[in-house]
Design a protein around this ligand. Structure first.
Ligand SMILES: NC(=O)c1ccc[n+]([C@@H]2O[C@H](COP(=O)([O-])OP(=O)(O)OC[C@H]3O[C@@H](n4cnc5c(N)ncnc54)[C@H](OP(=O)(O)O)[C@@H]3O)[C@@H](O)[C@H]2O)c1
Length: 316
């Protein structure tokens, strides 16, 4: 009986903790996705005539370019493939009646691309910068077994870490001078949940998260809004997910949600189902670290094995 009492007490405490966690989560959800966006609407055009988006001809970046154009910004498109840049520029100009400027740059190349970009934007008032470009592994893999190791590791750091730092270095001085601006950095949920077999990708996105946090602390008082967006799965070429689901939206739906949160939260998954997903994984991990790691590792290994089978590198 005494033992049952002890167990009952433990159960009650556990229920109270869970209830507090749920209430806090619900309050955060209501503020982030309903109240905040209603009262903190950001007028992007008033921050500066031009918005610059990196990696903008597809997926999430293209949607930021389109949705900023829909808000009246002229768009600087910086990406790798000239034909896709031209097609995106034409599409945006026609549909939203704004001006565009295209800059061809491969963020996996060397330092010299930043001098070119700097020259191209020198006379433009960049009010919004979206550091979206990013690359990942071609499939989840153990660190030492990533194919083409040296090149992939170097490219990951150039495209995911150096690009965010250097592009911010180019756009921020003008924003500070004008006392206004928005910097949106695209990280990844992989940096906030356990991400074995994507170690360097997740670590590079942890940099984006920490970089944005510090930038926000330093420049908020100078009128600059900094936001790190850490998506879960989105239907794009990078994720390889073709059909949208509750947890994997289209890039359009994802950006529609994430862009509405600018000015409300400086660190966000950008999309409510992704918040539910990352909070659930984090909760499991907090309750039992080893179970959480086992669960995620098993899922990543399954994806790895399926991918290797497709490539004919693993026996069926
Ligand atoms: N999709 C997801 O599930 C997901 C989840 C979490 C975070 N993210 C992050 O979201 C961002 C966008 O990803 P996405 O899924 O939208 O990618 P995506 O659909 O594959 O599009 C990538 C865009 O970036 C450009 N790009 C790729 N490599 C480049 C390079 N080296 N130099 C210049 N431009 C380059 C591509 O141009 P080309 O077509 O010419 O190659 C394309 O316009 C990334 O930072 C990614 O890490 C994505």
């Amino acid at each position: 009986m005494a033992q049952l009492d002890g167990l009952s007490k433990f159960g009650i405490v556990a229920l109270v903790v869970l209830a507090i966690w749920l209430v806090k989560f619900l309050f955060d959800v209501i503020y982030t996705y309903a109240l905040g966006p209603a009262v903190n609407k950001v007028d992007f055009k008033s921050k500066g005539k031009w918005a610059l988006v990196t990696g903008c001809t597809d997926g999430i970046g293209k949607q930021y370019a389109r949705q900023l154009a829909a808000r009246g910004c002229d768009i600087v498109l910086v990406s790798r493939s000239m034909d896709k840049l031209r097609a995106t520029a034409e599409e945006i100009e026609k549909e939203f009646k704004v001006s565009t400027k295209i800059i061809q740059a491969d963020f996996c190349e060397g330092e010299e691309i930043y001098a070119t970009i700097a020259k191209e934007i020198t006379d433009l008032e960049i009010g919004t910068l979206v550091n979206n470009v990013g690359i990942s592994y071609s499939y989840p893999e153990y660190f030492l077994d990533v194919p083409d190791w040296e090149k992939v590791m170097s490219n990951l750091i150039k495209a995911n870490v150096a690009s965010v730092t250097r592009m911010t270095g180019l756009a921020l001085p003008g924003m500070v001078k004008r006392g206004k601006g928005v910097i949106i950095n695209i990280g990844s949920a992989s940096s906030i949940i356990p991400s074995p077999l994507l170690t360097v990708y997740a670590a590079s996105k942890a940099y984006v998260d920490k970089f944005t946090e510090g930038l926000d602390m330093e420049y908020r008082k100078k009128g600059i809004i900094c936001q790190c967006v850490m998506p879960g799965f989105v239907c794009t070429t990078m994720s390889g997910i073709r059909r949208s689901t509750f947890f994997a939206p289209t890039a359009e739906a994802f950006v529609k949600s994430a862009i509405s949160l600018v000015g409300t939260v400086s660190r966000t998954t950008g999309y409510l189902p992704h918040a539910i997903f990352t909070n659930t994984i984090s909760f499991i991990y907090d309750v039992s670290g080893s179970f959480g790691v086992w669960l995620v590792t098993r899922s990543m290994e399954n994806t790895r094995n399926r991918s290797l089978k497709k490539r004919g590198k693993l026996d069926a």
